[in-house]
Design a binder for this molecule. Sequence first.
Ligand SMILES: NC(=O)c1ccc[n+]([C@@H]2O[C@H](COP(=O)([O-])OP(=O)(O)OC[C@H]3O[C@@H](n4cnc5c(N)ncnc54)[C@H](OP(=O)(O)O)[C@@H]3O)[C@@H](O)[C@H]2O)c1
Length: 278
Amino acid sequence: MKDKQILITGASSGIGKETARALGNLGAHIFFTGRHREKDLNIQEELRQDTGNPDIYYYHCDLASFESITAFTSEFKKSYKALDILINNAGIWNSKKVLTRDGIESHLAVNYLAPFLMTSQLLPLLKNSPSARIINLTSGIHFRGKLDLDDLEFNRRKWRSIDAYTQSKLCNILFTRSLAGKLIGTNISVNCIAPGWVNTGLFRDAVQVVKISASLLAMSPMKAARGLVHLAAAGELEDVSGEYFAGMNIRKSSPASYDRQLSDKLWKKSEEYLKDYI
Ligand SMILES: NC(=O)c1ccc[n+]([C@@H]2O[C@H](COP(=O)([O-])OP(=O)(O)OC[C@H]3O[C@@H](n4cnc5c(N)ncnc54)[C@H](OP(=O)(O)O)[C@@H]3O)[C@@H](O)[C@H]2O)c1
């Protein structure tokens, strides 16, 4: 990992922060994005001190805004010509239906469309690496996800946080598989990972019983980060692409996540959403 250039979205807490710390410890150059400048600059300092690695840099980027993502990638592309690893980690689980600044249901926008846009805009830099990897965060709970291409934002279906979240995580896998197909023969691999149940801020909005069970039963973010580090660093994964990892291991994902027609249609829909930005 020494001197590899790695971008991690959402490293201000949870799994992203511990992954940044672990990869920083291995000597990588870490760039992480966050939406709260002051807090995130403190985290930049904390990670530099803890790892003894000065090459850890914070960039402002609000993933709930396509404009903010575009502003970030434009700035990043001015400073760097190559990127070795992109980890699309940031995610949300909201208890209420919230629309982003772009007017889009927040789980769809932040958990799915944001990684799609970030990846599309950074592909030229990934192509300039001798061997690049993209890692998308999904979840084991995607098995419950139902994708309705005519109602991605739950305008016709009743909105429930679990349904919006699981749909977005199913989208992450379909995106990973489509992209892997498009990247065959290039220097870039793309895989997704379900880290397991992890005690993080993801549940900050959840009912008390979920928060308490997470604090008692879920694994630590540090342990979950091992799966991401493995995907980023393991030499034997060099040619592995389009796979679903549960922690360290390749596993079968839900039947819907292998549906080629569904993933093609989702890709087209995503491009429509993002037509002004890609
Ligand atoms: N925890 C689990 O059990 C679990 C299980 C399966 C999958 N996952 C996935 O793992 C990933 C990481 O989640 P986590 O569990 O580590 O949760 P977390 O501690 O809440 O971390 C989420 C990160 O995403 C950032 N983020 C959220 N909305 C953002 C926005 N609009 N713009 C920029 N950054 C934003 C957060 O920043 P702020 O600090 O500013 O909010 C935070 O850094 C997510 O994709 C999640 O779906 C988690």
